[in-house]
Write a protein that binds this ligand. Structure first.
Ligand SMILES: CC(=O)N[C@@H](CC(=O)O)C(=O)O
Ligand SMILES: [Zn+2]
Length: 315
């Protein structure tokens, strides 16, 4: 068999932003970005402009997820094209400002790479979030990070679901990448989570530096978990939850969940089982911020993506 070593040329990635505080109570990203704003030496790489940036300073100040509305849902075309009037929700105004500085979203002026740092209360470990299965640059970056971080592991969550996809802060960049590390309670710093996030960012920057320097990255495959649905808590007529995550499911992010497996435990001790048709991989299990979004966990399916080989074109 003749193997195909197709390598595609892509533009260099010169402008990179590291976002923290998109959610003001997710402390690893907030703390790392503030650290790097004070001293950028750790995140500088030759040939790159790397800008660490706090995206929601008012939420950070209050140590809350958001002030008026979730910033990580606010980068819709509608919001970004609204006239800039004073009485817009704070996060909508922020989205417009961020879009002006790091975008405009979808334009050639936009930042090349935006890494957005998040923490979860779920036991997801180190997770990279992609928004597009055809973004070969991001797939190669993820593959590089996974290999660099081994034997530690790093899962990849792909959200390009037609209904469940949302308009993230990082989406103003050409290659958006979310870094989601947990478990870490809201408003709390844990050194293990902090250092895991820091390592991922540094490997990501190394990748971009090598890419710009002319290194070729061979075609590869990336195992991802693709978002396919979500599951709400059982609720009463008033909308109050009537059950909790079942102890068997708690902390079992990425563990296969089969039809008939327990998912909820009611307050009177009954077990509610998973009624899906096939094996799925739940994640964001019992994420604190998702109670208001009617989400007990996110349902994913495993898939292997193919990435083209890449090299920088202007070498
Ligand atoms: C817990 C949390 O905030 N997760 C992020 C995931 C993402 O960045 O896509 C969010 O819902 O915006
Ligand atoms: Zn977050």
């Amino acid at each position: 068999m003749i193997s195909c070593h197709s390598i595609v040329n892509l533009p260099e990635a010169r402008k990179v932003a590291i976002f923290g505080g998109t959610h003001g109570n997710e402390m690893s990203g907030v703390t790392l970005v503030n650290l790097w704003i004070n001293n950028g030496a750790e995140v500088q790489r030759s040939g790159l402009t790397v800008k660490p940036y706090i995206t929601n300073p008012r939420a950070v100040e209050k140590c809350t997820r958001y002030v008026d509305t979730d910033l990580n849902r606010a980068f819709t075309t509608d919001n970004l094209s609204l006239p800039r009037i004073e009485d817009l929700p704070y996060e909508v105004r922020r989205a417009q400002e961020i879009n002006e500085t790091f975008g405009p979203k979808g334009s050639s002026d936009a930042y090349d790479v935006i890494v957005d740092l998040h923490n979860t209360t779920s036991n997801m470990g180190c997770t990279l979030i992609l928004e597009c299965s055809k973004d070969h640059f991001s797939l190669q970056m993820v593959n590089f990070i996974k290999q660099s971080i081994a034997p530690a592991s790093c899962s990849v969550l792909l959200n390009e679901h037609p209904l469940l996809h949302y308009s993230t802060s990082r989406s103003v960049g050409k290659h958006p990448i979310g870094v989601e590390v947990g478990p870490q309670p809201q408003g709390v710093l844990r050194s293990d989570i902090f250092e895991a996030m820091r390592a991922v960012v540094n490997h990501g920057l190394d990748f971009i530096e090598l890419f710009n320097g002319g290194m070729e990255f061979e075609p590869c495959t990336v195992d991802v978990y693709r978002v396919s649905g979500n599951m709400d808590y059982p609720r009463d007529k008033k909308g109050n939850i009537t059950a909790m995550i079942h102890p068997n499911l708690q902390d079992s992010d990425w563990v296969p969940l089969n039809p008939g497996d327990p998912v909820f435990q009611t307050f009177d001790g009954r077990t509610i089982n998973y009624e899906g048709e096939s094996t799925v991989y739940p994640t964001f299990i019992n994420e604190a911020a998702y109670y208001e979004k009617q989400q007990a966990f996110v349902i994913t399916r495993k898939e292997t993506l193919k990435a083209n080989g890449i090299r920088a074109s202007n070498i």
